[in-house]
Design a protein around this ligand. Structure first.
Ligand SMILES: Cc1ncc(COP(=O)(O)O)c(C=O)c1O
Length: 399
């Protein structure tokens, strides 16, 4: 090519990839679009008749490879062929999925103790588009059935289990069975568990979403989400909605998730082991009222968790005696655990839900669901457990 153009044109010209052997690791495709061989090829790809990438907002090899891996993990061993779309965040995964399967006038039936952002999205944003939300105890099957059969309007049941931050467990199989009777679809937020612990498709769920920002990435350096489905008749409409809303993930964040996935198995085992040990310690501490951890036999979700979760996971919350002031002292005294409003990282993280994730949720609903002013949420990391226990024990001495 040198000699063919003037030097300033040469600066601009795109070079062919100099790769002669396959990269060992999936590369980041930092390109906004893909070069077409010719008009005919482009037309076939645009029409969806031939596979291929065209424009980054529609997909990209880094993003699609990461999505495929997550779909394969969610469908692993279940004999189903799952598909997935990576999105710009967990919130956009929820928004795009709900909006692509529901219409104005539809109803979302869900629980009260959801991640605060999800409650806010349903209550304040979707309500503007005439999609209403009923929040009930999803383990109250009589009440659920009443809502499912009420009025012939499209509905979806949205489940988060274990819930954020009190770890309520919803019996997925029971809810799904009732929903199938009334032809209502189910979505499960599997962020807390990951497919290493819980596989909602095996329990009959129709869709799964994740904030991949959390455990799937695991290192606190990426914001992204994923929609996973297995019903082919929804695949094209979700893909189209995502493309037109423009909430696609970016290749760098997808790539970070892709890297994180490689250690997911190891991490989830260690998170679960550490969390159980910390939960046992906190559960017997005199300055603590109660501990919410699904691996504790006295937790209300223990039996359901045993049925549908392979391990107990890394999330717990506990209520210190002395309410808000005691919680504040405790949070400020922790040294190894970081106060950061996320979860699922290799580092131990703490959060005070009432002043952060649940700030905009009605205080009465919070109190009713155990999200009190003395509640602290812990995302137990993979550090040496003796260092984690020492940190909590020293902080508890200060209150
Ligand atoms: C259970 C759960 N679902 C969804 C989300 C939203 O994810 P993101 O922050 O990636 O948008 C969060 C965020 O904390 C969460 O905890």
């Amino acid at each position: 090519m040198p000699g063919k153009y003037k030097i300033d044109t040469h600066c601009v010209v795109e070079y062919d990839d100099q790769v002669s052997t396959k990269p060992h690791i999936l590369p980041i495709y930092a390109t906004s679009s893909f070069e077409m061989e010719g008009m005919d090829e482009a037309a076939e790809i645009f029409k969806g008749k031939n596979p291929g990438h065209v424009y980054g907002r529609y997909g990209n090899p880094t993003i699609d490879t990461t999505a495929k891996k997550i779909a394969d993990l969610e469908g692993f061993g279940l004999g189903i062929s799952a598909y997935a779309f990576m999105t710009s965040s967990g919130m956009s995964a929820i928004s795009v999925l709900v909006q692509s399967i529901l219409k104005s006038g539809s109803v979302i039936i869900t629980q009260e103790d959801l991640y605060g952002g999800t409650t806010e999205l349903f209550k304040t944003v979707f309500s503007q588009f005439n999609i209403t939300t009923s929040q009930i105890d999803l383990n109250n099957h009589e009440l659920l059935e009443q809502l499912l059969k009420k009025d012939a309007i499209p509905k979806v049941v949205y489940i988060e289990t274990p819930s954020n931050p009190v770890c309520t467990c919803i019996d997925i199989e029971k809810v799904v069975t009732l929903c199938k009777k009334y032809d209502v679809m189910t979505i499960v937020d599997n962020t807390f568990c990951t497919p290493m612990i819980q596989q909602p498709f095996g329990l009959g769920a129709d869709f799964i979403i994740h904030s991949t920002t959390k455990y799937l990435n695991g290192h606190g350096n990426s914001i992204a989400g994923v929609i996973v489905g297995h019903k082919e008749n929804y695949r094209a409409s979700i893909g189209k909605f995502l493309k037109l809303i423009g909430a696609t993930c970016n290749p760098f964040d997808a790539w970070l998730v892709y890297n994180g996935l490689k250690t997911l198995g190891l991490r989830m085992e260690r998170h679960s082991l550490n969390a159980k040990t910390l939960a046992d310690y906190l559960n017997s501490h005199p300055k603590i009222n109660n501990v919410n951890y699904v691996g504790l036999p006295n937790h209300k979700g223990y039996e359901i968790a045993k049925k549908q979760m392979k391990m107990s996971g890394g999330m717990l919350s506990f209520e210190v005696k002395g309410g808000f002031l005691a919680a504040k002292k405790m949070m400020n005294a922790l040294r190894l655990a970081t106060y950061a409003p996320t979860l699922g990282d290799v580092n131990t993280l703490v959060l005070h839900p009432r002043t952060s994730s649940h700030l905009n949720v009605n205080p009465e609903i919070c109190e009713k669901n155990g999200i009190t002013e003395g509640l602290i949420r812990v995302s137990v990391g993979i550090e040496n457990i003796s260092d984690i226990i020492r940190d909590f024990s020293e902080a508890l001495e200060k209150i």
